[in-house]
Design a protein around this ligand. Structure first.
Ligand code: AP5
Length: 223
């Protein structure tokens, strides 16, 4: 299964990708996580990317392509993947199609867009907390950790992302509207897109995604 999850910042792409990867038995490939790892490791790519991420702007394509191409080349992605945060523009979608084609003529199976209104996005992003160690994600109201500010899995401190400040979130929403939303039309034209309502519990949304995969003839059960 080669699946792309689309949606505005904070729509729940990462939450869903982590839930889906267990059932679909393919890895989540999240461009934001790959970029944040490069920033943490202070690689040259990470240092350059950080200045764009801090503003809520898109990181230049050549940097993102390098990370995605390397990640898709790893053996665990040979049988499929769940892309989260990539592609983000029509130009990136075209490059992705070329990257897949170069890997033995592979193609995407499905694109699912999670639709969430802006006011809910602001609530979700402002309450998001992430584990510094294992990357587990929480929400202070919707999915709080058992111990305040500590991860349930590894007891490590939780943090708030630098780009989750209000001004930066506004910028990310603008970038989504101008650069990423046109992808819905692009994938709609290719017959790959399902749009699903992103309001509800994470479990309910996961089931909506599986129904969309079933309708596309891509069963959501683990193989
Ligand atoms: P990235 O990390 O991709 O951020 P994003 O797309 O803005 O998405 P988020 O990670 O903020 O949200 P999400 O949809 O995954 O929601 P989540 O599951 O966390 O990108 C960051 C930056 O990197 C970009 O701004 C850009 O600079 C750069 N970048 C990345 N990819 C790039 C690319 N391809 N090209 C160029 N630049 C790129 O959920 C959010 C919160 O809501 C959590 O607290 C969660 O617990 C909660 N939640 C989830 N689901 C629900 C629910 N159903 N109900 C209630 N709460 C929920």
């Amino acid at each position: 299964m080669r699946l792309v999850l689309l949606g505005p910042p904070g729509a729940g792409k990462g939450t869903q990708a982590r839930m889906l990867e267990k059932r679909l038995n393919v890895p989540q490939v999240a461009s934001g996580d790959l970029l944040r790892a490069a920033v943490r490791e202070r690689t040259a790519l990470g240092v350059e990317a950080k200045s764009y991420m801090d503003k809520g702007a898109l990181v230049p394509d050549d940097l993102v392509f390098k990370l995605i191409d390397e990640r898709l080349s790893r053996p665990d992605a040979a049988g499929g993947f769940i892309l989260d945060g990539f592609p983000r523009t029509v130009a990136q979608a075209e490059t992705l199609a070329e990257m897949l084609n170069a890997r033995g003529g592979a193609r995407l199976d499905k694109v699912v867009a999670i639709i969430v209104p802006d006011e809910e996005i602001v609530k979700r992003i402002s309450g998001r907390r992430t584990c510094r160690n294992c990357g587990a994600m929480y929400h202070v109201i919707y999915d709080p950790p058992r111990n305040q500010d500590l991860c349930n899995n590894c007891n490590t401190e939780l943090y708030q992302r630098d780009d989750d400040a209000e001004d930066t979130v506004r910028m990310r929403l603008e970038v989504y509207a101008t650069s990423t939303r046109p992808l819905l039309e692009h994938y709609g034209r290719l017959g790959l897109l399902s749009e699903i309502d992103g309001i509800g519990s994470p479990e309910e949304i996961k089931e909506r995604i599986f129904r969309a995969l079933d309708r596309a003839g891509k069963p959501g059960k683990s193989q």
